[in-house]
Design a protein around this ligand. Sequence first.
Ligand code: ATP
Ligand code: MG
Length: 346
Amino acid sequence: MLLELARSRRVLFVGGKGGVGKTTVAAATALAMANEGRRVLLVSTDPAHNLGHLWGCEVGARVRRLAPNLDGLELDPEQTARAHLDEVGAALRRLMPEHLAGEVDKHMALSRDTPGMHEAALLERIAELVGGLDGGLDGGPDRDEGQGGHDLLVFDTAPSGHTARLMALPEMMSAWVDGMLHRQARSRHFGELLRGLGRDDSVGAQVLGKHPSGSAGEDAGDSRDDRIRGLLNRRRHRFEHLREVVGDRARTAFVIVLTAERLPVLETIELEAQLRRSKVAVGGLVVNKRSPTDAGDFLAGRARLEQAYIDELRAALPGLPLLQLPLLAGEPVGREALEAFAAGLA
Ligand SMILES: Nc1ncnc2c1ncn2[C@@H]1O[C@H](COP(=O)(O)OP(=O)(O)OP(=O)(O)O)[C@@H](O)[C@H]1O
Ligand SMILES: [Mg+2]
């Protein structure tokens, strides 16, 4: 079910509660697709990364080859947010009159710790990567900015709550940009508008982002307004593109991994509802670490308990494809083990 899902998609998100097997399932799927000839980028958005552990090598903020056709990347939210804010600060300083530079710095310093900043910075990177996907995606607005060369992105995401919030963001960011453009139409200059940004307007700082065109020192007034309008439009385009791709079930699938226990089942039901509200379709459920029925009474008892939870899950989310994977005696670590693991994902 999972490989079938991945074969026809361009973007795959793997989410679920902590410790259920998200990284393992994401890595095995990515490897299987790479072995089939897709050019795959496996991206971890989890602050506590473990791609490196799985592949026996350091994976970091730079794309690194893990296997033929398969690259890996770990997005560090802390570092991504810092880099993002530095760029936003530089953009704002260039766009604002010089005497407001101090205000901009204060605004950026406060933004650093606002809720949602890490997610926004991560989203920025995700939008870049999705925009940079190769071919078939009819060229996003940021084609030249992603890593390029990949035709499938597999995101190994952080535990549920974090990811659900992340998925709700593109909508919020687009709405903010729209509001800003709308207000500008009624205001004389963007400069005046930006000066009025509340200190707690972290979305504002997040949305303004980076890459304004034009050089520093250009005059206030119309030309600056044009540049700000260009910047906002560009960012609106980027988030709209992300929303379009992520919301398109033909191109994107979200897979929830869980174990057949009470809390993971409840979290799965909740996550599916949150994703639905964000217009992200769940493509399937993977119930990992199923206990064997033929390895003694103890495990057979657990297997029965698990079955009851699976029945509950099916009743709550009818119609969703559900794949079950056995609990293994050893840990699926390394390429060979992941290939064997992937055999069960068909
Ligand atoms: N089917 C399985 N049988 C046995 N061990 C498994 C199985 N699937 C995963 N594991 C092991 O369970 C542990 C957790 O798996 P994994 O790291 O993939 O989970 P995760 O959901 O990514 O966790 P986190 O939320 O911490 O990122 C790992 O040690 C992994 O090797
Ligand atoms: Mg993980």
